[in-house]
Design a protein around this ligand. Structure first.
Ligand code: FAD
Length: 486
């Protein structure tokens, strides 16, 4: 069969585009190299919905960031994803840094960012009391926010799937070829045909363009790794706003920010790496991250770190997003070089992608049967006591706490497994409901989650994995008793 549109890459760019397209009468598919959506940069970033003062006026980054930031609160509501409009501060530590703040406010005003203000260090500390006494002045951007990036991506994919989009996982597209007037994505002997293809392959998007015959593709992608530390809830300073230092030629620099789930995140640094898959974390990297974080918020401490991670930026050699139909391959649309602010931009970038596909000849007839929301998720820990009691009476599985650190119930885990794009391993459960995200990092709840997965998916415990094939958690030869301790 031939799809109307095939999207290559299941990060926020691909999934948000699939979400938009699923509102039309179209046959849409998404091919993803990994075994889940949100496995690239979308899984490991700062989660900031930037206000839009950083991007150079006139660029696609500026345009999509400002529009995306404006749409994000409503989109997060429709997709039932945690979002918080907490605002952000860019801090200057001396008079010498004031021209940087001045340039940012001017850029922001040109980009159409509302409410920007340069405030004194004193006022900045009123806005964010954990801030260093050495902060001299700051740019206050009240429209900035935070979101859960992988949940946003999973939710967009889930709604697309609910509306009929087919997802092909473990499908690394080697190249796109033309055959009999169609485009065909080839992956190790398997093929998916479509009339239009969207290249949203993140750090590998330029490589895919070249492998498909665009040897003269005008953008190179430079992979740049950013390392992070995640701090324990309730420990250390209670940071409520996103706090940046002044940007440099290496980017926005190390920040300290709350997460929508109540932790504090510190990072990222920025180092060029050889591979787009290099998400390793080094002790030197973490030292750099804490040194940068402490300068802004002196109370942050590596003692409070519960985990670390890294993401790889798909930095385009041109400096801007490359959002254009292929000059060589009719029907192929490139969404390439989507580095920061790609998350914040995703609501607007996906609208632009659909518009471009329309201009390329895709018929866009709205589907009145499509539902652009997903059924609300029960977040047990956020309910009032009376609501919890009612819920447990209706469904006793919500009365069984599986993850004690994050207060996640069996009912929530079952729901995560049963939804479209449902969880099939421990890490998928973790990204969908936070079981294993807390202080013990799954030390207590993993055996119980594995048992639930085994029972619900009807697979032996020995086949349950942490993150896909090769990460089985019970050695094959001890499978026989089918029990896990803990
Ligand atoms: C350290 C860091 C901090 C950031 N902070 C922010 C921030 O605070 N705010 C913000 O707005 N943005 C931020 N960003 C940028 C943001 O994370 C990205 O712009 C966004 O996630 C890009 O999404 P994507 O879907 O284009 O790419 P990805 O999320 O990388 O997704 C691409 C997908 O394509 C798949 N893929 C690759 N090749 C193939 C292939 N050949 N076949 C099939 N599938 C393939 C990959 O497996 C992956 O799942 C940050 C990024 C990093 C790395």
């Amino acid at each position: 069969m031939t799809y109307d549109v095939l999207i290559v890459g299941g990060g926020i760019t691909g999934c948000m585009t699939a979400y938009r397209l699923s509102g039309y009468k179209l046959r849409v598919a998404l091919a993803e190299a990994a075994d889940d959506v949100a496995m690239g940069a979308t899984k490991a970033n700062s989660a900031i919905v930037h206000a839009g003062y950083d991007a150079v006026p006139g660029t696609l980054k500026a345009k999509f960031n400002v529009a995306g930031c404006a749409e994000m609160p409503e989109l997060a509501r429709l997709l039932d994803v945690p979002y918080k409009n907490c605002g952000s501060l860019v801090c200057a530590f001396s008079e010498e840094e004031m021209p940087v703040l001045q340039e940012l406010i001017e850029r922001g005003e040109k980009n159409g960012v509302p409410g920007l203000e340069i405030v004194s260090g004193e006022r900045a500390r009123e806005i964010e009391p954990t801030l260093s006494d050495n902060v001299y002045a700051a740019l206050w951007a009240p429209t900035a926010g935070i979101v859960c990036p992988y949940e946003l991506c999973i939710a967009a994919g889930e709604v697309a799937a609910q509306n009929g989009c087919d997802f092909y996982f473990d499908f690394p597209v080697e190249r796109i070829k033309m055959a009999e007037g169609r485009l065909v994505a080839v992956s190790h002997g398997r093929e998916i045909a479509a009339r239009f293809v969207v290249n949203a392959a993140g750090v590998y998007a330029a490589e895919l363009a070249r492998a498909s015959g665009e040897e003269d593709f005008p953008v190179d992608i430079i992979p740049r790794r950013g390392e992070y530390a995640l701090l324990d809830k309730g420990k250390g300073p209670r940071v409520r706003r996103v706090v940046f230092a002044c940007p440099s030629e290496r980017g926005k620099g190390i920040l300290v920010s709350p997460t929508v789930d109540g932790n504090v995140i510190v990072g990222p640094n920025a180092h060029r790496v050889d591979s787009g898959d290099d998400t390793s974390v080094t002790s030197e990297g973490l030292e750099e991250v804490f040194a940068g974080g402490k300068k802004l918020v002196p109370g942050v401490s590596s003692r409070d770190m519960i985990t670390s991670f890294a993401g790889v930026r798909a930095t385009p050699s041109t400096g801007d997003f490359y959002v254009k139909p292929s000059e060589r391959i009719p029907g192929l649309l490139h969404l390439v070089g989507i580095e920061s602010p790609g998350l914040a931009s995703s609501p607007a970038l996906s609208h632009a992608a659909v518009k471009l596909l329309g201009e390329m000849g895709l018929a866009l007839e709205e589907n009145p049967d499509a539902k652009m929301t997903r059924p609300p998720k029960i977040r047990f820990r956020l309910l009032r006591a009376s609501e919890k009691n009612e819920l447990i009476k209706r469904d006793p599985s919500y009365g069984r706490i599986v993850c004690r650190c994050e207060t996640i119930t069996e009912g929530e885990i079952l729901d995560a497994i049963r939804r479209p794009l449902g969880a099939r391993d421990l890490d998928m459960v973790k990204r969908r409901v936070r079981a294993g995200m807390g202080r013990c990092q799954g030390g207590f709840c993993s055996p119980r989650v594995a048992e639930i997965l085994s029972k619900e998916l009807g697979i032996p415990l020995g086949d349950v994995t942490k993150k896909g094939r090769g990460s089985e958690i019970v050695p094959r030869d001890s499978e026989s008793d089918g029990e896990l301790g803990g």
